[in-house]
Design a protein around this ligand. Structure first.
Ligand code: SF4
Length: 311
């Protein structure tokens, strides 16, 4: 039984075939790293900005797409693809740069879906319109929120507010983009109720998808220094799974859940060790839902009537 709207099932249903995401590195920067907002980045950001690093190795976008396409086809035989501009903030900079990037991705074989990851302060009406016009069957804008709590956003050096996210989300959705919000469980100073509040904040916005990450510590980040100095302790697997299972029961029933576990690069990961075992994390969450006979949105209706029960 599907206890929540998993992206893989949603796409299989929609396209009648498996859709595999291909991560692309288009060489964009981020205002939170290049000095426009800050030079330090978010406390958890690694040098690769969540990317594959293939762009830095000099591989062009089409080449990256084909590189992954060949490998994924060998593994899955029959599937189509979602091109995902993943690294850093992919709508940062002038409109012409985004236009040139999208032009490189035209007419790629088996491309059905297009996704672009960015920050709420890097998207405007013209860029949203440009993205919405890309010739794919579905276009997703993956927008980083991480937390709906401005104090947390300031602590983790995001350089934007929850209201910035709200505004960007509304503007982009009105221009035809499907919005996937990125959130993190286990941020410094947050508890299970803060994480639930972030989900409830998203329920009120025109969001179509949500990506849930567990916070993990990577070498070379500010968070690594905090962790080494005893200023940050990652969640245990049991805590993360419980937080996420509860969040799933609160998420609006129509929202597609793109992810319930992070996928850190093993070489960079310092803690927690369990973060490396993505499938185990997903299975632990699924087991909690199964054992408690819970499903997505089961508490959403209750909440709209009675408010949020705090734990
Ligand atoms: S917005 Fe993304 S790329 Fe920019 S500093 Fe934060 S995590 Fe890194």
């Amino acid at each position: 039984m599907n206890r929540y709207n998993k992206l893989s099932f949603y796409w299989k249903n929609l396209f009648q075939t498996r859709i595999q995401k291909i991560p692309l590195d288009a060489g964009f920067d981020c205002p939170n790293r290049d000095g426009l907002i800050s030079r330090n980045g978010c406390i958890f950001c690694t040098l690769q900005g969540s990317g594959t690093g293939l762009g830095i190795c000099g591989m062009g976008l089409r080449e990256q797409y084909h590189y992954w396409r060949v490998r994924l086809r060998e593994k899955y035989k029959s599937c189509a693809f979602a091109a995902y501009l993943q690294s850093y903030s992919n709508t940062y900079g002038p409109l012409s740069k985004l236009k040139a990037t999208l032009n490189q991705l035209l007419d790629l074989p088996d491309l059905r879906v297009f996704c672009a990851g960015t920050r709420p302060d890097c998207i405007d009406k013209d860029k949203a319109r440009l993205l919405a016009g890309f010739p794919a069957d579905e276009i997703w804008l993956e927008l980083g929120l991480q937390s709906a709590n401005d104090k947390t956003l300031s602590l983790i050096n995001r350089g934007h507010s929850a209201e910035d996210f709200d505004r960007a989300c509304d503007m982009a959705e009105k221009r035809g983009l499907r919005i996937c919000a990125h959130v993190i469980a286990g941020l410094p100073g947050e508890d299970i109720n803060d994480f639930a509040d972030t989900v409830l904040f998203l329920n009120r916005l025109p969001v179509h998808g949500i990506k849930i990450h567990n916070l993990y510590v990577c070498a070379g980040t500010t968070l690594a220094q905090w962790w080494q100095n005893g200023l940050y302790t990652p969640l245990t697997l049991e805590e993360y799974a419980a937080w996420t299972a509860r969040a799933i029961t609160l998420i609006r029933p129509d929202i597609i859940i793109h992810r319930t576990a992070s996928d850190p690069a093993g070489a960079e990961l310092l803690a927690p060790a369990w973060a490396e075992k993505k499938n185990m994390v997903i299975n632990t969450i699924d087991r909690i839902l199964e054992n408690n006979n819970q499903h997505q949105g089961q508490n959403f209706t209750k909440l709209t009537q009675h408010g949020t029960p705090r734990l």
